[in-house]
Design a protein around this ligand. Sequence first.
Ligand SMILES: [Mn+2]
Length: 336
Amino acid sequence: MTNASDRYRIGELLTAIQNTDSIWLFPHISPDGDTIGSTLALKMLLERLKKPVIVLLDDVPPATLSFLPDIYCVRRYDEESTAPSLTENTLIISLDVSSADRLGRAQKLFERVQNSAQLDHHPTNPGFAHLNVIDGEAPASAILVYRLFEAFGLPIRREEAICLYTGLATDTGNFVYQNTNAEAFHMMEKLMEAGLPIAQYARRLFRCKEKEHIALLGKALPTMRYLCGGEIAGMHLSIKAFRAAGATAEHADGVVDYAIDASGVKMAYFARETETGEIKCSLRALTPYRVDGVAERFGGGGHQLAAGCTLPGPMRSAVRKLEAALQKEYHGGAQQ
Ligand SMILES: [Mn+2]
């Protein structure tokens, strides 16, 4: 059985860090700004404590985070080449990893070793490490790393501030999501005092778009369709459109926002054809509407307000099925 204190053992983590002579840090696969920002900030903290530390990931950081200080320190995890350097005293720590399978191939390492810890803020985290520091109320894992700086009495420096800001700003949607709280702004006060160049980094994180993304958007917007009196909106893109824009799947991130952000829209989708001819769909909703059930009906999943699923092609039939399911959910939701 676990209780709240078993899930938040920050005092024991401080001791474990002090007592170890080598630390390996693990962000999650399909990495985002919070997992990478938190990991790099913790790496910097540990270096100030003179602890040998490496960062390992069974994936590669997205190009959009290449501006982060020390991003080049993130090494590709590879069992054969890293395992020999693991000692009995090595402490392994995951950051922002909501479940062990989000470690990729490093999951096996966490199952095997005795000294594992984690910092995370997902309420659904099962507590897979030996030493868990999980706060489901925290808006980002970066906040937990910030609490470690406070606990060690280390004033935050500029590079650390950039990493912590990236984590917090990413997970709060630039301080507009529901999870944005007072502690987020307490931490921001410290980051600003540390010399965080906020305008420069806010621009990189939230305003700069790749030209391929703009080109895709130009092809997606003319496909916008409204249903149910303008309360459902959707867009789609064929693989041909991706090729013409010179774009890949990662350039499509954020396209769905233009559908859900249209005034009056309550539910939205963006459907894109993949190289293999399947149709990947991103779904969004505004409270009290929800799209998780629609995603699940097609074998996908996600959250109430943001979910995804994959349908067989061609596009025309996939869109027809998806729109029918969204309309059904819309009418069901309206009755409540
Ligand atoms: Mn996070």
